[in-house]
Design a protein around this ligand. Sequence first.
Ligand code: FAD
Length: 203
Amino acid sequence: MKNILLLNGSKAFAHSYGRLNDTFHDAAVELLSNAGFNIRQTKIDAGYDVQEEVENFLWADLVIYQMPGWWMGAPWTVKKYVDEVFTAGHGSLYASDGRSRSHPDQKYGSGGMIQGKKYMLSLTWNAPEEAFVDPAQFFEGKGVDAVYFPFHKANQFLGMTPLPTYLATDVIKAPAVNTTLQHYREHLAQTLGFECPKPATDK
Ligand SMILES: Cc1cc2nc3c(=O)[nH]c(=O)nc-3n(C[C@H](O)[C@H](O)[C@H](O)COP(=O)(O)OP(=O)(O)OC[C@H]3O[C@@H](n4cnc5c(N)ncnc54)[C@H](O)[C@@H]3O)c2cc1C
């Protein structure tokens, strides 16, 4: 794995200022560049060329989505990006929905054209960790990946497979930015198989 596309889904809106997601994105760019990966990056809210983004997906071995949790999922700007870029990728990112009259064994969702590529979600939420994992709390113990099930499936429709999700919790009520950032760096290093630089001190 050499080429990494980093998608920054930060957006300033209401009580989200976008700075934390910018900070996570920038830290990933720095860490992964220093570790020798080729990097391309797009700040979604700053605008993008849809065809260039299709090319970026074709170029990338790994796509990392950095985004805040808004109303139980991705911000509308990131959903719009997915709608625009994936749809423009008909014929290059996916061929069809996968079904075939002549091959009934080929099922819905098997028409992706970018098999072998990976994607990863890096998410910031105000909710605490226990809201996701405790069966008695809001997400009924189903975990963060169940909350993002349609988002995962959109990426898998193209043929990609997930790397483990990074979830930063309690980011408004109890932000511990340097500690959480270091955990993210360690997550990236462990997942991609390189040594992580030493931790920074917490603010
Ligand atoms: C429309 C909307 C819907 C939402 N829905 C949900 C939801 O369903 N569930 C949920 O849990 N949350 C929800 N939220 C909260 C949202 O997830 C958080 O506001 C978001 O994750 C924060 O990310 P940000 O990049 O905007 O952080 P920011 O607002 O930029 O920062 C968050 C905190 O971190 C600090 N900080 C940021 N960067 C740095 C830095 N570099 N150094 C030191 N401190 C820093 C800031 O001072 C602030 O205290 C929602 C917010 C909005 C606006």
